[in-house]
Design a protein around this ligand. Sequence first.
Ligand SMILES: Nc1ncnc2c1ncn2[C@@H]1O[C@H](COP(=O)(O)OP(=O)(O)OP(=O)(O)O)[C@@H](O)[C@H]1O
Ligand SMILES: [Mg+2]
Length: 265
Amino acid sequence: MDEIVPVEETDRKTPEIGPLGDVEFREVSSPGPSPLEIIGVCKRFEEGRQALEDVSLRIEKGKFVYLLGPNGAGKTTLFKLLYAAERPTLGELWVNGYEVHRLKMRQIPLLRRSLGIVFQDLKLIQRWTVFENVAFALQVLGRTKKEVLRKTSQALRQVGLEGKGHFSPDQLSAGEQQRAAIARAIVNEPALLLADEPTGNIDLRTAEEIVRLFEEINLRGTTILFATHDEGLAAFLPKDRIVLEQGRIVESSLSGAAGAKLDFA
Ligand SMILES: Nc1ncnc2c1ncn2[C@@H]1O[C@H](COP(=O)(O)OP(=O)(O)OP(=O)(O)O)[C@@H](O)[C@H]1O
Ligand SMILES: [Mg+2]
C-alpha cells in the first residue's frame, strides 16, 4: 500500500509519516538494551525559541514513564525527534536500536514500524473506517488477512471499541477517537509506545480508564512514554516521571535523567 499518513502542516518540510509500505526489513544494530536513550539533545526551530535544551534521559525496558510539563514545554517536540519527524539541532537519540539522529530517509519507516505512536492530534484517516485505521498498521507489515482481522478485532476490544470498527472516525466521540488512536498504536505489540497527551480530549473518568489501559499494556511488557500536562492524572497512577519546563528537564525520577550530561562509562 502506498498510502501516506498525513502530517501536520508545520511538518511539510520534514520527513513525513510514511510511506510505510515499500521498504524491506533489516536488522539494525543496537547500542544497548534500553529502548530509548537521549543524549544532550537540543532543538531550535528556524522561527521561534529553543524548544529543547540539553535533554538527556534513558528509559529502561518495561518502564512506564510520564513526560510531564505545561503547554509549550517541548513534549511534542521531543516525541517528533524520537520518531524522526524532526531532526535535533544537537545531540543523539537512540530508539529501539535505531540511531535516530543520523537515520537515512529510507530507514525512517523501519523506525516507525518498531514503535507505537499515539499522536496528540490523533491523525486518524477520516475516509477510512476505524477498523481500517487500526488494521493498516498490520497490513504494512505484510500480515495475513486472517491475522489482520484477529489482531485488529482484539485491539479494538482491548480499548472498548468492539462493534464500532465499521464507523468512520468522525462518527465517534472524542474519547472514542482517542481509543481508536490507541488501538492503532498497540495493534502490532510494539516494544515502545509513545503516547502524546492520549487523554487530552476526554473527561476525567475516561482519562483514568485510559491510564489503566496503558498500565495493562505496560504489564504485558511494552515500555511506555506517556506525555501529559495533567499532574492530577499522573498522581492517579504513580509511575516514573520526567518534568519538562521551557525545554529543560527540571525534575526526574529516572536515574541520570535530570542532569545535562550523563556518564555512560
Ligand atoms: N515547527 C515549529 N516551528 C517553530 N516553533 C515550534 C515548532 N513546533 C514547536 N515549536 C515551539 O516549541 C515549543 C514547544 O512546543 P511543543 O509543541 O513541543 O510543546 P508541548 O509541551 O507539546 O505543548 P502542549 O502541552 O501544548 O502540547 C513551543 O514554544 C512551540 O511554539
Ligand atoms: Mg504537545
